[in-house]
Design a protein around this ligand. Structure first.
Ligand SMILES: C[S@@+](CC[C@H](N)C(=O)[O-])C[C@H]1O[C@@H](n2cnc3c(N)ncnc32)[C@H](O)[C@@H]1O
Length: 236
């Protein structure tokens, strides 16, 4: 009898939401950010080991990042990052056909950027915690007063992990982000398999019914093929 190669159920088998962080210039592309200083203070919800807050601080711009992993030590976050890097290589080899490489150039370049981001984040982590730049918190609960931020960003958490995080979680998270910031931007809007998030239409409808103004906006970035729009929501 002919044997068939086992096909993994998911190309990216990450075992949950993983710490895999991006640099400030990537955030600028994901969210069409031009004058970041004019948008601050900014919340980076689920910032993980991204260097967005650290690089912004170095430029004198206030970004506060929240993430449940901030309760761990830098060494623990580094160890989890290393496990993630292995899983990412496996996933990327399976899924390379559905990525566009014009922004990054190669898989090596992606890993190089992730390591740069990790090092910049770790170098800032202890001083940043004291400065209130890294706050341990998990959506959908944020320890900030109403309207504490002008802009809240969610990069590579909401919608991307839509198979792990259900519709109710997404709606509660979006409501909470809109409570603490006048505008919320989310990227990407596809799940880990590269399919458009099934949560997105319902979330946009629910937020519009509550008086917010959700819109889909083209951004100058595409890595997962077809993922070239962000969700932008103003409180209304
Ligand atoms: C793939 S990383 C993205 C990091 C960063 N936003 C970026 O794009 O570079 C996803 C992050 O979401 C965090 N996360 C998981 N569940 C969360 C929750 N309920 N609230 C906030 N962050 C969460 C994880 O700890 C992880 O650091």
């Amino acid at each position: 009898m002919r044997k068939f190669e086992a096909v993994p159920e998911r190309e990216f088998d990450l075992g949950g939401v993983v710490p895999w962080g991006r640099r400030l210039r990537e955030y600028e592309a994901f969210f069409g950010l031009k004058e970041l200083a004019g948008l601050s203070p900014v919340l980076d919800a689920g910032g993980g080991p991204s260097s967005f807050a650290a690089e912004a601080a170095a430029a004198g711009i206030r970004v506060v990042a929240t993430d449940p992993i901030y309760r761990f030590s830098g060494d623990d976050i580094r160890a989890r990052f290393e496990e993630t890097a292995v899983a990412m290589r496996t996933g990327m080899h399976r899924a390379a056909y559905r990525f566009r490489w014009d922004y990054y150039g190669s898989e090596e370049a992606v890993h190089r950027l992730r390591r740069e981001a990790l090092e910049l984040f770790l170098a800032d982590f202890e001083v940043g915690k004291k400065d209130g730049r890294y706050v341990t918190a998990a959506l959908p609960g944020l320890p900030f007063p109403d309207n504490a931020f002008r802009l809240a960003l969610s990069s590579h958490l909401l919608f991307l992990y839509g198979d792990d995080l259900d519709f109710a979680f997404h709606l509660a998270a979006m409501r909470e982000l809109l409570r603490v910031a006048g505008e919320v931007r989310v990227f990407p809007l596809v799940n880990l398999d590269g399919r458009p998030s099934s949560h997105l239409p319902g979330i946009m409808k629910a937020l519009a019914e509550e008086g917010a103004r959700p819109e889909l906006v083209d951004v100058p970035f595409e890595f997962q093929m077809g993922a070239k729009r962000m969700l932008k929501v103003s409180r209304g």
